[in-house]
Design a protein. Structure first.
Length: 346
């Protein structure tokens, strides 16, 4: 091959590799639902297309490893009588962790041989909302509503075997009536050592730490705010720069003003998108993996919406109500809802 021909061939390869991703166009989707009796499921951890773990409102912790054909469920009780209401779940690569809302806060390690209670917090104001592990699987974090004038944050540095609460001296101060929403375990996002957490109520802000929670920055957002049910319910980032927040007003779920925004600078500034257009209130937003940040799903009690342009425009693809969605790849996602779990396969 001549030098000119070789260079031409290399140029064609480079151009082909840089061809812009062409997102899918969806008009509607079909979800296979698995009935889960008498439980509200807001916390799911999707491992792959066959394996899903969940935690629900009746102290129920369960899983499937065959794509939903069969389910194994156990019911946890604290001191034999108290039924934990779980809305947070996390996975450290080997064990599942579930965390309850309300007093007392109960954090369990669900291991293959024996379940273990690894953290308890007693306070009338305690209310934890979401939990995640970092990519190293050793460090983890859970966040909750303020007990005094700062958010509640507990961390682990030993894979979840023990947890410690961070002092308010080392955390941002919250406005009175600013809090988090335990809507879908997705008001927190982690990429490498970076954490983003979204608040609501009196203020709708994004808290960011680049050192696993040692120091924090707080950024304002244009999301609707000012009273209890208003604010950010879910946050996701495709990479360290590009992210999206969504929420609205739970008490007025059809309102679509100032309830979704995007960032291109890692969360420092946010721009409203589809303002005054649907989707309205949503409890969870998630990027579809390997779609260059173009494809996004938002789910909630008002149905399921899809964007193929990074959140600028949206199309309603299902009227079905779900609390959360979690993708395992570009063609498969698991969903959680009231008395049900769903599976979406394109």
């Amino acid at each position: 091959m001549s030098r000119i021909a070789f260079l031409f061939f290399i140029s064609i390869v480079i151009i082909s590799c840089k061809k812009e991703y062409q997102p899918r166009t969806l008009d509607k989707i079909a979800i296979k639902a698995f009935k889960m009796d008498s439980t509200s499921i807001r916390a799911i951890k999707a491992i792959d297309k066959n394996t899903l773990y969940f935690a629900g409102s009746r102290g129920d912790v369960g899983y499937t490893k065959d794509g939903g054909k069969s389910w194994t469920i156990e019911y946890l009780r604290y001191q034999d009588t108290l039924i934990p209401h779980f809305r947070s779940i996390a996975f450290n690569g080997s064990d599942i962790f579930v965390l309850s809302i309300a007093n007392p806060a109960l954090l369990y390690k669900i291991a293959a041989d024996k379940n273990k209670l690894v953290y308890v917090e007693n306070n009338n104001k305690v209310f934890y909302d979401a939990m995640r592990f970092f990519s190293d699987k050793i460090h983890g974090i859970a966040v909750g509503d303020p007990i005094t004038n700062c958010p509640s944050v507990i961390v682990t540095d030993n894979g979840g075997d023990s947890w410690t609460k961070i002092s308010c001296d080392n955390l941002p101060k919250f406005e009175q009536e600013e809090a988090f929403f335990a809507a879908s375990n997705t008001n927190i996002k982690i990429i490498d050592n970076i954490i983003w957490i979204a608040s609501g109520g009196k203020k709708a802000r994004v808290l960011k730490s680049v050192d696993k929670g040692k120091t924090w920055q707080v950024y304002n957002t244009p999301i609707v705010q000012g009273n209890g049910p208003q604010g950010i319910y879910s946050i996701d980032f495709y990479d360290k720069n590009n992210g999206i927040i969504i929420g609205g007003n739970y008490a007025n779920p059809e309102a679509n003003i100032a309830n979704k925004a995007i960032t291109t600078d890692g969360g420092k500034t946010w721009q409203l998108v589809a303002n005054g257009q649907n989707p309205a209130y949503k409890s969870c937003v998630q990027y579809v993996p390997n779609t260059n940040g173009k494809e996004i799903f938002a789910v909630g009690k008002t149905g399921i919406d899809f964007s193929n342009d990074g959140g600028i425009t949206w199309k309603k693809v299902s009227n079905e109500s779900y609390y959360s969605i979690q993708f395992v790849n570009a063609t498969t996602a698991w969903l959680s809802g009231n008395n049900k779990i769903g599976k979406l396969v394109f």
